[in-house]
Ligand binder design. Structure first.
Ligand code: PRX
Length: 651
């Protein structure tokens, strides 16, 4: 990102302070910042006391940059904190999940019932030989068993590796192999856009590769036909017969809780590795403070899929530790109508909604008539996550969904940070539309220049974190050097998040998107290199360059430039473009399908052979092409602009 784009943000002068009554009843009051500043570690110890510890820690943090340990010597069980504690303390009859399947089937699951299902599943995992430290891959639709499976792994001290159900068999296989998972938990399929999609088939396909998977545990969700092999076991056949009692063991605070793969700047996804005590502390604290959760009266709904970090921290761990009542929805927002989400808000009287800018912009496009058809008056707080939210979408969210009555928390964080890092506090902060405002209490951020020096207000630069935090990743699974190199080498002693940011004249933080080769498509992280290597794995492609171009709806859209191989009889024009898009979907998953593929004769390269993506982005965004004087062949851009054969499709 050029310094020019850091600086060109127009100034936003609207501010929205919380109402007096919100301020009065807020979980987090303004003095919380001073409290954390006065003694950061004491502050985090106090937050750790939100959890049940079987043995208390003897040391708060051990920081050997870049490796942190938190609450050392403490012992706890994640699943006990999410479930048993509530039941033992008399909250067993509280609803944990109002589940709504896409076809309209529903389940109401209390904390007591959830505990009993998790215990049965844990006992089934024990029967299958799973023990502390093992890795379990979870590849599921958004159904209660997905959360149950995660909690059963956690209960045993085994690590889950959830793979988003939209990823392809190839992506699933590489994740199973990297984590060396011994069990896969999946479903026959799930419901999406009005029909059943298959998951088990993709697992079968993946397991043709070399793995150490001993069993595949399959939830029957859709009843579709599945192939059955000797490793396969139906969930209902092994889980239902188990005892609903399981007394949990308490594990070390630094026991592994999960691995979650995310895209980086290379083709190989990174296994982001999180442990227990620090992660749960920050997930629980932020959920309490940022969403102002009143467990007895709120109905909370985070629309994220459990395949992403948001689903881990703000559907499973944070809310359950805090005893929240939640809505869980399996399907897409447009099925059967574009008002589905709003109908569910009315039906379950949702009071706290946490969703993504891409969905908010989609709602804006569909029109106000859909939200206006439902009674949304139960809402009292709105959240946003995953990408920068543009001020227009922020204002629309506030006015049309929140009836000008709900604070908006724009929360910045990452798979790597584990929990929210920058966000308004809803009962404290006067928010500005489009700004995530400032770091939470106990968190320390900076915006720095190329040399790593903090910039002043009114200036832009790179967002870094300059103090360890409890829920920080503990590393990249099996790749400590890559961890150091990726996050800690750009600036001395600072964690570089990969995002550009600007401080406005009041010091509020405005996120400006990624500065590396990572794209953000509808809040999903996809690496340009990953898509490029998928493209060149197709027989017709010699070389590919991929850029993320601005997209009104999805934030960024994937645009690919490909050079075809000579001598291979490729399909022509639109047919080829369709083949290539499908090929990427097969290699990575439908979310990585390029929006547009352009066949070109040359790519713009510097004399050292580096592709100048900046110029390609100009083409992709229909702009005049910028300075191309450093190109090895200055004519290339002219050729590209003139000779474009574009293929665009809407799905
Ligand atoms: O670029 C930032 C963007 O999403 C990236 C992290 O992606 P992921 O690990 O998939 O986690 C997404 C959900 C936490 C960040 O580096 N991002 C996330 N939240 C925001 C954001 N960009 C701007 N504003 C946000 N609120």
């Amino acid at each position: 990102m050029s310094s020019e784009s850091f600086e060109n943000l127009s100034y936003e002068d609207r501010t929205f302070p919380p109402s007096d009554s919100f301020v009065k009843n807020a979980n987090a009051k303004s003095d919380i910042y001073q409290e954390a500043d006065a003694d950061r570690l004491a502050f985090w110890e106090k937050q750790a006391n939100r959890l049940h510890w079987d043995t208390k820690w003897s040391q708060v943090v051990d920081w050997q940059l870049p490796f942190a340990k938190w609450f050392i010597g403490g012992k706890l069980n994640a699943s006990y904190n999410c479930l048993d504690r509530h039941v033992l303390e008399g909250r067993g009859d509280r609803v944990a999940f109002h589940f709504e399947g896409e076809p309209g089937d529903t389940q109401t699951i209390t904390y007591k019932q959830l505990l009993s299902e998790v215990c049965k599943t844990t006992n089934a995992l024990i029967e299958l030989g799973i023990k502390q430290g093992d890795r379990v891959a979870i590849y599921m639709p958004m159904i209660p068993q997905a959360a149950i499976a995660m909690l059963a792994c956690a209960r045993l001290g085994a690590m889950h590796s959830v793979v988003f159900g939209g990823f392809s068999a190839d992506s699933l296989l590489s994740r199973i192999q990297d984590a060396d998972a011994s069990l896969v938990i999946t479903a026959d399929g799930g419901y999406r856009k009005g029909s059943a999609f298959a998951l088990k088939t993709a697992v079968d396909e993946a397991l043709k590769g070399e793995t150490n998977v001993k069993n595949v545990l399959v939830v029957k969700r859709t009843g579709q036909e599945v192939r059955w092999g000797e490793k396969d076991i139906w969930w209902h056949e092994i889980v239902d017969k188990q005892s609903d009692q399981h007394s949990p063991e308490f594990f070390d605070s630094e026991n592994g809780l999960f691995i979650l793969y995310t895209s980086g700047t290379t083709a190989k996804p990174k296994g982001i590795f999180h442990t227990t005590g620090g992660y749960l502390t920050q997930a629980a604290f932020t959920h309490h403070a940022v969403f102002d959760l009143k467990a007895e009266s709120d109905v909370y709904w985070c629309t994220a899929d459990i395949g992403w970090i948001t689903g881990h921290s703000y559907v499973v761990y944070g809310p359950l530790i805090n005893g929240a009542t939640q809505v869980m929805y399996e399907g897409t927002p447009d099925t059967p109508t574009k008002g589905r989400i709003f109908e569910l808000i009315e039906k379950y009287k949702v009071s706290v909604l946490y969703t993504a800018p891409t969905l908010i912009r989609t709602w804006m496009k569909w029109g106000d008539e859909y939200p206006n058809k439902s009674d949304l008056s139960s809402l009292r707080l709105l959240g946003s996550v995953g990408e920068p939210i543009n001020p227009e979408a922020w204002m629309w969210y506030r006015e049309v969904i929140g009836n000008n009555n709900c604070p908006i928390v724009d929360t910045w964080w990452q798979t790597e940070t584990g929990a929210i890092m920058i966000s308004p506090l809803p009962g404290v902060t006067a928010t500005k539309p489009g700004s995530a405002m400032k770091p939470l209490p106990g968190i320390s951020t900076q915006v720095v220049d190329d040399e790593g020096k903090a910039v002043g207000n009114g200036r832009g630069g790179y967002l870094v974190l300059n103090q360890p935090w409890p829920s920080m990743m503990r590393g990249i699974w099996k790749e400590p050097e890559r961890y150091k190199e990726t996050y800690w080498s750009r600036f001395n002693n600072l964690y570089f998040a990969g995002d550009g940011a600007k401080l406005d004249k009041d010091g509020a933080i405005w996120l400006l998107g990624r500065v590396d080769d990572v794209m953000n498509v509808s809040g999903h992280r996809i690496s340009t290199t990953e898509v490029e290597s998928a493209l060149v794995s197709h027989e017709a492609v010699a070389e590919a360059a991929v850029v993320g171009a601005n997209d009104e709806m999805t934030g960024q859209g994937i645009v690919a430039f490909v050079i075809l191989r000579g001598g291979i009889a490729a399909a022509s024009g639109e047919v080829l473009v369709k083949q290539l898009r499908d090929h990427v979907a097969k290699e990575i998953g439908p979310i990585a399908k390029p929006r547009q593929i352009m066949v070109v004769a040359e790519l713009p390269k510097t004399r050292s052979g580096k592709i100048m993506r900046r110029l390609l982005r100009d083409v992709a965004e229909n702009r005049a092409v910028g300075d191309s004087t450093t190109l090895a062949d200055p004519n290339v851009m002219k050729l590209i602009s003139e000779g474009l054969k574009s293929g665009k499709s809407e799905d």
